[in-house]
Design a protein around this ligand. Structure first.
Ligand code: AMP
Ligand code: FE
Ligand code: FE
Ligand code: ZN
Length: 283
């Protein structure tokens, strides 16, 4: 089995890239893709840990986008596999996203500090590293005893409508897919049922993504059952998309999701890897 959707401390996971790779090797996975949000900074460490542990590491990324269709707006995540970390268009695109994310974060930190919370933003960087997201603010809310779980921190404070929610500047679906493709990567639609679309709307989303160059669909995911996996397999066949699958492991920030097995039932077959490599022109 393999896991093609994993977050590390390079974004909002709690294991370092090397720790995630070593854990994958220990539990017997044959390959793991590092798909941190908006950054490729975990690749180097993960790839060398993979060589040491004798497990295949696929460099990936996950980019959050906004899909706008008429008056409907939907946050859609695009995974990119085998992106070239040094492609100038990609690095420029990502530094722009990170700069804008930091600006939003600073404002969230200031809002929370006004309420007496320990959210000095420079100190947060010292503690959490270069990437900060809402999960890090959620952790502080939990440590300060305002909530009893990360989930509760999101639903009470950090989701849209919450006291500490501030929006980020939207990235378009088209731009994300094009940037991944231009960097030699394979763009894949992440967790298709997370967008709470009807099947008809999901089909519209998939054909829109396809028109921008989408090549794959995440057909196995921690939170989906066998029936949903079957629907995704059918959609992948219908739209001529390759299939990927992964847990969306975040370490203790999503404690219910285990590497490789998700909530217990996830199993992503090794066979998914070959078409992905072919799409990336690696074989
Ligand atoms: P941001 O990109 O900083 O706006 O934060 C979004 C991140 O929060 C995503 O990467 C999710 O992994 C994470 N997230 C969203 N909702 C939850 C939740 N209920 N529990 C844990 N993590 C969450
Ligand atoms: Fe995340
Ligand atoms: Fe996602
Ligand atoms: Zn993810």
């Amino acid at each position: 089995m393999i896991d093609l959707h994993v977050h590390t401390t390079a974004s909002d996971g709690t294991l370092t890239p090397a720790e995630a790779v070593r854990l994958a090797s220990r539990i017997g996975l044959h390959a793991i893709a590092i798909t941190d949000h908006d950054t490729v900074l975990g690749h180097c460490e993960a790839l060398s840990a993979g060589q040491e542990a004798g497990i295949e590491v696929i460099p990936g990324i996950e980019i959050g986008t906004l899909w706008q269709q008429g008056s409907a707006r939907c946050s859609v995540h695009i995974l990119g596999y085998y992106v070239n970390d040094t492609a100038p268009a990609l690095t420029a695109f990502l530094s722009g996203i990170i700069a804008e994310r930091n600006e939003r974060n600073r404002n969230i930190a200031a809002l929370m500090a006004e309420d007496g919370l320990p959210t000095d933003y420079d100190q947060m960087h010292q503690r959490f590293g270069p990437f900060i997201g809402r999960p890090h603010f959620a952790q502080i809310l939990m440590e300060e005893g305002l909530v009893s779980s990360i989930d509760e921190a999101f639903s009470l404070y950090l989701n849209r409508g919450g006291k500490y929610f501030l929006p980020r500047k939207p990235i378009s679906l088209k731009q994300a897919i094009h940037t991944i493709t231009d960097a030699g990567g394979v763009p894949v639609l992440a967790h298709p049922f997370q967008y709470r679309l009807s099947e008809e709307e999901l089909c519209t989303l998939i054909s829109t993504c396809k028109s921008f160059g989408l090549q794959g669909l995440e057909c196995r995911y921690s939170l989906y059952d066998a029936g949903q996996h079957a629907i995704l397999d059918r959609l992948a066949a219908q739209y001529h998309l390759l299939r990927t699958g992964g847990s969306d492991f975040h370490g203790t920030r999503k404690p219910h999701i285990a590497l490789g097995t998700g909530t217990g039932q996830l199993a992503v077959p090794d066979d998914f890897l070959l078409p992905l490599k072919q799409a990336a022109h690696l074989i």
